[in-house]
Design a protein around this ligand. Structure first.
Ligand SMILES: [Zn+2]
Length: 195
């Protein structure tokens, strides 16, 4: 593998780890996460389908909780591109996607446009749904412990290529818990444990 391929694989690992950590944080289950290409995709985080929720809405179910869940699901879709963005430093045009299909260069972009269109009441509202979700997805990675979880899961993906959902959730939970313990300061980092 040359340097360029290695970088590409690392970008994919961060991208998929971003989807998975956001799925954990926002309570959207996934079956597995992989950096083995499937079809046209360089990697996959296999979330459950949302069709039943959309079907329920169409059939007149109470819309509030379903739309709230779909907004979170939209953040999990954008969390992959934003994790890759943070890793690479190359900005993604996420807040401008609405009405600019030419900018939608990834499946995630196209899916985000569809979802925002479904959630929004009108085009203006859909554009703002998309902007808000992009902001929320970026804010996830400003939290150091969330990013630490992405780092650890990406490293594991680079080693083993595919991680089952249960294993991924355990890894993420442990990183978040360790960071929380450090913040609570019972044992400050760098302090000698015994002397
Ligand atoms: Zn993705």
């Amino acid at each position: 593998m040359n340097e360029r391929e290695r970088k590409r694989l690392e970008a994919t690992a961060y991208h998929e780890a971003g989807h998975a950590v956001a799925g954990y944080l926002l309570r959207r289950r996934f079956e597995y996460v992989t950096i083995v290409p499937e079809g046209d995709c360089e990697g996959v985080t296999e979330f459950g389908p949302l069709d039943h929720l959309i079907g329920a809405l169409v059939e007149g179910a109470e819309s509030g909780p379903i739309l709230a869940y779909l907004r979170q699901a939209l953040v999990t879709v954008l969390a992959g591109p934003t994790a890759e963005e943070r890793w690479s430093g190359v900005p993604q045009p996420l807040e401008h996607l609405w009405g600019q299909d030419a900018l939608a260069t990834e499946d995630d972009h196209a899916q985000a446009i569809d979802m925002a269109g479904f959630i929004g009441n009108n085009p203006e509202d859909a554009a703002s749904v998309l902007r808000d979700a992009a902001l929320e997805a970026r804010l996830l990675w400003r939290e150091p412990r969330n990013w630490a979880a992405v780092d650890v899961l990406a490293a594991e993906l680079l080693q083993v290529q595919r991680v089952e959902g249960r294993r991924a959730r355990r890894v993420i939970r442990e990183v978040l818990a360790a960071a929380r313990n450090r913040v609570e300061g019972e044992m400050p980092v760098g302090e000698p444990h015994d002397r």
